[in-house]
Design a protein around this ligand. Structure first.
Ligand code: NAD
Length: 337
């Protein structure tokens, strides 16, 4: 495609792409008010990644393609994540999903791997820390290493337990997505329109914006919910005696943490494609918005063996649905932050 591009032309294009991606990151992660559809952002991101791999001399640790989210805004106290909260690599079609599975099989030296499939909820990532079963802290993902302390806001989410049940590790960090179910989102926007107030661009911005309110009474009035999708820090770790990601999610559920009911353990890659097709077909009927499926290698020891690259684990992928957003993008609407 761009084989005839000169180094100077690639450098100029990359500089422009990086500036734009940085600006869009700021709007999206700090202001919770994007000015372009995600599909447009994804196109620019893919182009920057392509140029960086074609011209390795232009690669940089500072590039938005190497980073997660945005640093804490300063409006909240800062929380350091002991285990980084990363992003996910994407597959946008069946061929790249197949390529991902092949790569994992080659790297792990194993065929017929087991997977955990989870709907990719379109909300905001949070980390919730429990000490002796009691909720003591909650934080945004931020830039993956440092997030914002939003404990007071997360405490207002009705399905987040303030206390866990049973014999839980002394220190347990639960990670998951805070989201605004579609019905709550529509009702909220309808009311805002009646009152002449700002409406939310989409449920994702509604969730992120509601979570980052300085007054937790405002968050309490927003219809937010939470589903867990991982454990972060666990102390003492030996209390987890299985090596399956899916089983760990079921363990969280036993302790009283909500987990998405569509979560499945799948034994073959064919089953992954079937799951994807099935949930894509049911997508409009789900009570929450999803933009794809996250497939994670189920075996924790293999996850650890594969590790991660700069911004994402090697053992997981977000297999996204084809973009619909450009059709429905509400240009010019005064969005709620
Ligand atoms: P992402 O949303 O593509 O994937 C990572 C996130 O997925 C996690 O942090 C978590 O919040 C979420 N997630 C949902 N379900 C999950 C599950 N079951 N397991 C693990 N994680 C799960 O990545 P990102 O880094 O948060 O954001 C990048 C995306 O955001 C881009 O692809 C783009 O679409 C969008 N974006 C848009 C703009 C814009 O201006 N429109 C700007 C920046 C980013």
């Amino acid at each position: 495609m761009t084989t005839s591009l000169s180094l100077a032309a690639a450098e100029a294009e990359l500089e422009d792409l990086r500036d734009r991606l940085q600006q869009y990151n700021y709007e999206y992660y700090v202001q919770d008010a994007p000015s372009v559809p995600d599909a447009e952002y994804d196109r620019l991101f893919a182009r920057a990644t392509e140029l960086e791999s074609q011209f390795p001399e232009l690669a940089s640790d500072e590039s938005p393609t190497q980073k997660v989210g945005a640093p804490p805004s300063g409006a909240f106290a800062t929380v350091t994540h002991e285990v980084p909260m990363l992003s996910l690599d994407n597959a946008f079609d069946q061929a790249s999903m197949e390529q991902f599975i092949r790569r994992i099989e080659e790297r792990s030296g194993e065929q017929g791997l087991r997977w955990c499939a989870e709907p990719k909820l379109d909300g905001a990532a949070v980390s919730i820390l429990y000490e002796d079963g009691k909720l003591v802290r909650a934080a945004t993902r931020g830039d993956g290493y440092q997030g914002e302390d939003i404990t007071a806001n997360v405490r207002t989410i009705k399905n987040v337990p303030l206390r866990l049940r049973g014999d839980v590790p002394a220190r347990l960090e639960v990670r998951g997505e805070v989201f605004m179910p579609v019905a709550g989102f529509s009702a909220y926007n309808e009311k805002a329109r009646e009152l002449g107030e700002k409406v939310f661009a989409n449920p994702r911005n509604a969730a992120a914006g509601s979570l980052r309110q300085l007054d937790s009474r405002i968050t309490a009035r927003r219809p937010l919910q939470f589903y867990a999708y991982a454990m972060g820090e666990v102390e003492p770790a030996r209390e987890l005696d299985d090596d399956s990601h899916y089983q760990r999610l079921m363990q969280l559920k036993d302790w009283g943490v909500p987990v998405c009911p569509e979560t499945r353990q799948l034994d073959t890659s064919d089953a992954c494609f079937e799951y994807y097709a099935d949930i894509q077909q049911r997508r409009a009927a789900l009570r929450y918005e999803i933009d794809g499926v996250v497939f994670k290698l189920d075996a924790i020891d293999l996850q650890q063996q594969l590790g991660f690259v700069s911004r994402a684990p090697r053992w997981a992928i977000a297999y996204k649905f084809p973009a619909q957003e450009e059709l429905t993008w509400l240009r010019g609407v005064d969005f709620q932050v």
